[in-house]
Design a protein around this ligand. Structure first.
Ligand code: SAM
Length: 243
């Protein structure tokens, strides 16, 4: 694939470490002990596995959680390769703050999927890993204290339209009793997203009690392009330079 900016063709089945989630969502895991947390989409993240070791009732949802562990392991490996290959020739467009370099990105994403797949292999047929897809979640209203959603909303503008985003955000809010944190939660490089934010249409929860994309402390995170309207609430793990 040849491109003058970071791009991959499909939604990758990759995941982040808990360290990345803590940074992206300004997340203090200790504050959620004894509570329930949904990670949607969970992808190949280590979050659900690790949170459950810390007295958090964490559940992951992903469209691919019906895939058997061995097969999903292979997809983790190939999708990390594909996602990392996307940096080739465009590394200098990023500001390397959280990660040292591309090799460090790979190290984080590899560590994440290895932790994920070990837990998934043991528990993929339990209610810890739920095969479902936005915008329809198989949970009652207010099922989770906190809902996290990273790197699906606002990233794949060619694939998911405005209605998908609106319905998905409302659905994430429906199953959350306290808070929803979405990353990225503001305009991305995609022009369509900027149009939505300019018209304020991308905030379907306006006027409701839900709190989107903003943590209790008022900050949140993920990859950033400097052409984004950057919210104070974001602490990017990977930032892109302006072009
Ligand atoms: C780039 S990964 C992000 C995973 C994780 N949240 C992270 O930040 O690393 C995107 C994930 O969304 C999943 N996915 C794609 N469409 C979905 C849908 N409609 N509902 C739920 N998950 C979906 C993919 O299978 C993939 O695991």
């Amino acid at each position: 694939m040849s491109s003058d900016r970071y791009a991959i063709d499909d939604v990758a089945f990759i995941g982040r470490t808990v360290e990345e989630y803590e940074h992206m969502f300004d997340l203090d895991l200790s504050a959620w002990e004894g509570q329930s947390v949904l990670d949607c989409p969970g992808g190949a993240c280590a979050f659900v596995a690790e949170a459950n070791t810390r007295d958090i009732d964490a559940v992951g949802v992903d469209i691919l959680y019906d895939v058997p562990p061995d097969e999903l392991h292979e997809k983790c490996e190939s999708d990390v390769d594909t996602a990392i290959a996307g940096f080739e020739g465009v590394e200098d467009q990023f500001i390397w703050e959280f990660y040292d370099d591309v090799a460090d990105v790979r190290a984080h994403w590899t560590a994440a999927y290895q932790e994920f797949i070990a837990d998934y292999a043991d528990r993929f047929d339990t209610d810890r890993y739920v095969d479902a897809q936005l915008p329809d979640l198989p949970f009652e209203d207010d099922s989770f204290s906190l809902v996290l959603s990273a790197n699906l909303m606002f990233l794949y503008m060619e694939k998911f339209d405005y209605e998908f985003h609106e319905q998905s955000l409302l659905e994430l809010a429906r199953v959350a009793s306290d808070e929803v944190r979405v990353y990225p939660s503001n305009a991305s490089t995609a022009s369509a997203t900027r149009d939505w934010t300019n018209s304020a249409r991308c905030w379907p929860t306006r006027g409701t009690r839900r709190n989107f994309g903003r943590s209790r402390s008022g900050s949140s995170t993920g990859p950033r392009n400097s052409s984004e309207s950057r919210s104070e609430s974001h602490r990017p793990t990977l930032s892109a330079r302006g072009r």
